[in-house]
Design a protein around this ligand. Sequence first.
Ligand SMILES: O=c1nc[nH]c2c1ncn2[C@H]1C[C@H](O)[C@@H](COP(=O)(O)OP(=O)(O)OP(=O)(O)O)O1
Ligand SMILES: [Mg+2]
Length: 196
Amino acid sequence: MQKRTVVFVTGNANKLREVQQICGETLNVISHSVDLPELQGEVEDISKEKCKLAVKEIERELSGTSIDGVIVEDTSLCYNALGGLPGPYIKWFLDKTGHDGLNKILAGYEDKSAYALCTLSFVKSSKDEPNVFLGKTHGKIVPARGPNSFGWDPIFLPDGFDKTYAELDKDTKNSISHRYRAFEQLLSFLQIEQTK
Ligand SMILES: O=c1nc[nH]c2c1ncn2[C@H]1C[C@H](O)[C@@H](COP(=O)(O)OP(=O)(O)OP(=O)(O)O)O1
Ligand SMILES: [Mg+2]
């Protein structure tokens, strides 16, 4: 069967690379950067709304191209000591405070545990309601270790490993990550759909 083509609406090249590595055998993932408002609220609602706006924009911009769906994905980093914050605001915390600041925020707390959360929405067309898939990986926040090539990877130590996301080789990260866990659900959803 021919691979389906999905458009991943993202401006982040690292995210795209990982998604292509995770899904590449099953899906043809192309990317398109669209500047979309990220509304505030619960992560699932933010993602669904973003996906609805994305698919409308993609249908407009890529009309004539045969595509089988649109994906958006938002990543949160949630500290248990802070009731889940910075959560979806991690991008701004990382930009403004850096890895060191992200550690210092926890200085007054014994509990350094955190989880990475990927909220993934997929929709076939603007006539459909998006499906949302959540992927979570638990770990803890540590002083930065490893290459500084992708976001907060150097400060996240996944449970069961003695290497941070940044120190792990890509295949290993992509077999345990929050992103992998969300996309794995999307892939089985699409597989079930196909056999219906
Ligand atoms: O696996 C990851 N490992 C380390 N850092 C990561 C990861 N995944 C996202 N990140 C960073 C990027 C951004 O600083 C923030 C999430 O923001 P997030 O909105 O998901 O990403 P973005 O705005 O760069 O791309 P997009 O255009 O798809 O919204 O955490
Ligand atoms: Mg974003």
